[in-house]
Design a binder for this molecule. Structure first.
Ligand code: PGA
Length: 258
């Protein structure tokens, strides 16, 4: 497969920098003990901003294969934006990925598709990889319009983008009703939407772009269901919340291929 699988641990607002240190050391040890093959699965941690420097220090000192990134970013370069973090602050710390449009930010911070798209643009321009999140609420799923809904989120965020740029992003499909609820979408449900995303990318940006763009699933992904999810043709990895907070469960998920 031309798409390298990606296991991304979204820590959300969990773990202070001391706990982050502990988790990354533990994760590195688990992966090393099992001879993790990073070419078969990229491993990414996405801690709160206040932990990033700590994670960088460990990754650099021990030359770990683990990558790290941020959960959000500002669309501004610098200036009077109290509480915001810029892309250059993140690149300076060695971040290589940034998440945008997570449903929790869309809900609690009123983030629109346009803003999410602008963040993705900013991140790509800074040389990092955007992880663009999308996903429907339970009412939408019940109404049966989840595919349309998700595609409209993606199309609005990527309006006017070139195929070359789209090929460099990661899309994460996370049905809101499955996030942190223990209720995972079935592998078939996840594949239905991830497959539809890839078809829409092919339609809008060409088959080659669709073939290389990674699409992740997120929402109660765990060691128990990761193999089945990863066996789906259009699922290239997972965005993992709860199960990424424990070194052993996250490392086990990264070894889905073993
Ligand atoms: P969860 O979170 O794995 O705890 O459901 C996933 C996410 O929100 O990224």
């Amino acid at each position: 497969m031309s798409r390298t699988p990606l296991m991304a641990g979204n820590w959300k607002m969990n773990l202070d920098h001391l706990e982050a240190n502990h988790l990354v050391q533990g994760l590195a040890m688990e992966l090393r003990d099992h001879n993790h093959d990073y070419s078969r699965c990229e491993v990414l941690v996405i801690p709160p901003f206040t932990d990033i420097r700590t994670v960088q220090t460990i990754v650099d000192a021990d030359e770990l294969g683990i990558k790290y990134g941020a959960q959000d970013v500002s669309i501004h370069d610098n200036g009077a934006y109290t509480g915001e973090i810029s892309t250059s602050m993140l690149t300076k710390l060695g971040c290589t990925y940034v998440v945008m449009g997570h449903s929790e930010r869309r809900e609690y911070h009123n983030e629109s598709d346009e803003l999410v798209g602008a963040k993705a643009r900013k991140v790509l321009d800074a040389g990092m990889t955007p992880i663009l999140c999308c996903g429907e609420a339970l009412e939408v799923r019940k109404a049966g319009t989840h595919v349309e809904f998700v595609l409209s989120q993606i199309r609005a965020a990527l309006a006017g983008w070139s195929a070359q740029d789209v090929a460099q992003i990661v899309i994460a499909y996370e049905p809101i009703w499955a996030i942190g609820t223990g209720e995972t979408a079935t592998a078939e449900d996840a594949q239905e939407v991830c497959g539809a995303i890839r078809s829409a990318l092919a339609q809008d940006f060409g088959a080659e772009t669709a073939e290389v763009t990674r699409v992740l699933y997120g929402g109660s992904a765990k060691p128990d269901n990761i193999k089945e999810l990863m066996a789906q043709p259009d699922i290239d990895g997972a965005l993992i919340g709860g199960a990424s907070l424990k070194a052993d469960s996250f490392a086990e998920m990264a070894r889905f291929y073993a």
